[in-house]
Design a protein around this ligand. Structure first.
Ligand code: FES
Length: 153
């Protein structure tokens, strides 16, 4: 009588402990690279940030000439996919390419950004949702134009 009950409780406690530790580690791992709260410490370039990357300012993202005026392009910052648009000549905006719906990588289309997973569309100049299911705009990344380079701000 006592044995099955003891085994069950022990198994549950063990399983619960592993689960909690695992979840805690995942939470820490998820918070550290994307942590907007600790902005700009030592460059934090480990790389696999799922949301808006935060590299050191001045990091080249793309060549200005690779982004058509009125069009879009894709690039990477510290290994993370980003989207670029040049709404008017010399003005460039940049967004995380991670879809705000369920995290797929959004693609640059001619005048907008399209998510291949469930069909969300985002306005190129603002990152705002044009068509759901996403309801939140893409995360904006500050960039500036320096000569023919688009660099992080
Ligand atoms: S993950 Fe992009 S629309 Fe669902």
């Amino acid at each position: 009588m006592n044995t099955p009950s003891t085994i069950t409780r022990r198994a549950l406690i063990t399983a619960g402990g592993v689960t909690v530790v695992g979840a805690g580690a995942l939470a820490l791992a998820a918070c550290t690279p994307s942590g907007a709260s600790t902005s700009g410490s030592a460059g934090g370039g480990a790389g696999a940030a799922p949301s808006a990357p935060k590299p050191a300012s001045g990091t080249e993202v793309a060549k200005l000439s690779d982004i058509p005026v009125g069009g879009t392009a894709s690039a990477k910052i510290a290994g993370a996919p980003v989207l670029l648009a040049q709404p008017t000549a010399g003005t460039v905006v940049c967004f995380s390419a991670i879809c705000t719906h369920q995290g797929c990588v959004v693609a640059a289309a001619a005048k907008e950004f399209d998510c291949p997973c469930h069909g969300s569309k985002f306005e190129a100049a603002t990152g705002n949702v044009l068509h759901g299911p996403a309801v939140t705009a893409l995360d904006k990344i500050a960039v500036t134009v320096s000569g023919n380079s688009v660099v992080t701000a």
